[in-house]
Design a protein around this ligand. Structure first.
Ligand code: AMP
Length: 284
């Protein structure tokens, strides 16, 4: 892979990388489309990274669909697929990790200790191997893309991190490889994440800026759904991911909710229309 990517760079081509864990859906394909608009070649990777799963998480049963993924990538016009084995990425004796302090410990990091250290380590390795001009990530995983952007800045990487909007089902559910774990009842219940974000958005559009009031709306909506158990529902600053008391600057509403045994995350991003405007622009 290094040789292959080096060759493309030597030809002064614009190399794009789209890292994934496979079980590809339209969300992944939207990243590839974006990459294709800006880069040639586009390289996709599939690697279910053992180091970002906790001991009681779903690494062993994480959906794997290599052949159909390969076909999807081919049809999407990807130039190369990098699909290493765990032993290629973490050979015997591997002992160097990348960690983004602070940001890694909150929210997802608190619920999933060690998760982000695994993510930033593998992404750093993929970026080192391919050394792409651009690498594409989904804002569906808001904290993850924020961390990777921070890592790229802190470590002076030559790769520009591009963050792309989430792709959703018609009923609002954000696409996720884990949605296939949901049974029919849970699939219906899973729209509660989007419904809660939308309810909060209505309050915000009506002028509510108080975080506690917004959290109450989130919990009220989520609480009605009997399959849902809230892990967190937070209103955070768009840069630091620390809780805010009032929405005034770029802000995320972040949700992590168990639907049955399946843990789903979603978010709503908002920013003032202009620097001193009270009006917000929303990004689902
Ligand atoms: P994963 O295979 O889940 O590790 O995801 C690979 C990349 O696809 C990450 O950058 C995700 O943020 C992104 N992604 C996952 N779901 C979506 C979605 N529904 N819309 C857009 N991007 C997504």
């Amino acid at each position: 892979m290094k040789e292959h990517a080096r060759q493309a760079r030597a030809e002064n081509r614009i190399v794009g990388l789209v890292p994934t864990m496979g079980a590809l859906h339209a969300g992944h394909l939207s990243l590839i489309e974006q990459a294709r608009r800006e880069c040639s070649p586009v390289i996709a990777s599939i690697f279910v990274n053992p180091k970002q799963f906790g001991p009681n998480e779903d690494f062993a049963k994480y959906p794997r669909a290599f052949e159909s993924d390969r076909e999807k990538l081919q049809r999407a016009g990807v130039d190369s697929l990098f699909a290493p084995e765990p032993a290629d990425i973490y050979p015997h004796g591997f002992s160097t990790y990348v960690n983004v302090d602070g940001l890694s410990d909150r929210l997802e990091g608190r619920s999933r200790p060690g998760h982000f250290r695994g993510v930033t380590t593998v992404v750093m390795k993929l970026l080192q191997i391919v050394q792409p001009n651009f690498a594409y990530f989904g804002r569906k995983d808001a904290q993850q893309s924020r961390l990777i952007t921070q890592m790229a800045r802190d470590l002076n990487l030559d790769t520009e991190i591009v963050v792309c909007p989430p792709v959703r089902e018609p009923d609002g559910l954000a696409l996720s490889s884990r949605n296939i774990y949901l049974n029919a009842d849970e699939r219906k219940a899973a729209t509660v994440l989007y419904r809660a974000l939308d309810a909060a958005k209505s309050e915000l559009a009506a002028g509510v800026r108080d975080a506690l009031q917004l959290q109450a709306v989130l919990h009220r909506t989520l609480g009605v759904e009997r399959h849902a158990r809230v892990d967190y529902a937070e209103i955070v600053d768009g840069e630091s991911f620390e809780s805010v008391v009032r929405v005034a600057k770029p802000t995320y509403i972040l949700l992590a909710v168990f639907i049955g045994k399946t843990r789903l995350i979603d978010n709503l991003y908002m920013e003032p229309k202009s620097p001193d405007s009270e009006e917000l622009v929303f990004h689902f």
